[in-house]
Design a protein around this ligand. Structure first.
Ligand SMILES: Cc1cc2nc3c(=O)[nH]c(=O)nc-3n(C[C@H](O)[C@H](O)[C@H](O)COP(=O)(O)O)c2cc1C
Length: 308
């Protein structure tokens, strides 16, 4: 008989039945994946990034393959917060998995307004703030690159959605990830998602043109895994009490275990789901298998268990 492994974890106040969630923007509004996997096997689903108003997104091409990864510049195409609540959220309410709404805003007020709408709508279990967005008021400087802006957004969302578990999704395009993480926690974040995509570019030498319609995009997939692992480890070492959802190039159960050892409490599967739609449950099976092989009966014992 195979050994029972206890898999539930606490991402701050958000209890997950297991540490595997989907990464925002790579799993639609979740129901699109119903034919490929049992959504209720997942610890949670982080959904497509929402904005206050619907958005059509960037001009094509929006994605490009790169060695061991991909670039995307989707431009936050989404139905808008209101249509999400009215049309996309109802089928998710009955599901036994945590629903994480990911929000992007172009001003602090937009973030706060969405947080208020989402916390009033039954069925959202947590809000994930995407700070990798330009602040229109400061000439488009990304919120996520300035600690004072990260704190301000987090504080505003916290005030607008007082009881709601709150994650801040960190941008890796910064000099000091620990400083940004401290700013998010100082603003009231319960947990941190580390990391979003790395600003990058692909060029077609034949046409002498950028490959992406948006010129630049975000790099994801196995190419970023060592970078993401390093960031999770740095933040965990500086603030061991702050729960982290680690992500960046997780393709297998072993990849997920590496993030847990670095200090992540949970992990998100992103680009892998675009290649294999069932990737998130495959990662879960791989994690469980690793635990059995190593005699680990409680996944929590692996969190931050890296030996240095
Ligand atoms: C096509 C695509 C769309 C994404 N959209 C979002 C988004 O809307 N909001 C967000 O916070 N992150 C978004 N991300 C970032 C992912 O959630 C994740 O942080 C990143 O891709 C790293 O994980 P991965 O290497 O496993 O894909 C997107 C990534 C991809 C590839």
């Amino acid at each position: 008989m195979s050994m029972d492994v206890r898999l539930d974890v606490d991402l701050g106040p958000l209890r997950l039945k297991n540490p595997i969630v989907t990464a925002s923007g790579t799993f639609g509004y979740a129901t699109e994946f119903e034919d490929f996997l049992d959504l209720e096997r997942l610890g949670g689903v982080a959904l497509k990034g929402l904005t206050l108003e619907p958005r059509a997104g960037n001009p094509p091409p929006r994605v490009a393959e790169t060695p061991a990864g991909m670039l995307n510049a989707i431009g936050l195409e989404n139905v808008g917060c209101r249509a999400f609540i009215d049309q996309k959220l109802p089928p998710l309410r009955a599901l036994d998995t945590a629903v994480i709404a990911n929000i992007s805003g172009f001003s602090v007020e937009e973030y706060a307004e969405m947080a208020e709408m989402l916390s009033a709508a039954e069925g959202v279990d947590a809000i994930e703030i995407n700070v990798s967005c330009p602040n229109i008021r400061t000439g488009g400087i990304a919120f996520g690159s300035r600690p004072e802006m990260i704190s301000e957004i987090t504080r505003a969302v916290r005030a607008a959605a007082p009881g709601m578990p709150l994650l801040v999704k960190m941008s890796p395009n910064v000099t000091d990830i620990v400083e940004m993480a401290r700013a998010a926690v100082g603003g009231g974040a319960d947990a941190l998602s580390i990391t979003n995509t790395f600003l990058a570019m692909a060029i077609d030498a034949e046409t002498r043109r950028p490959v992406l319609g948006n010129l630049t995009g975000g790099l994801s997939g196995p190419a970023i895994k060592p970078l993401a692992l390093r960031m999770v480890w740095q933040v965990h070492r500086a603030m061991p009490e702050v729960p982290i959802c680690g992500m960046g190039g997780i393709m297998t159960g072993t990849d997920a275990i590496e993030f847990l050892l670095a200090g992540a409490t949970a992990v998100a599967v992103g680009t892998a789901s675009l290649i294999t739609p069932s990737a998130a449950v495959d990662v879960l099976d791989g994690v469980t298998d690793h635990c059995r092989r190593h005699g680990v009966d409680n996944i929590r014992t692996l969190i931050g268990a890296l030996e240095t």
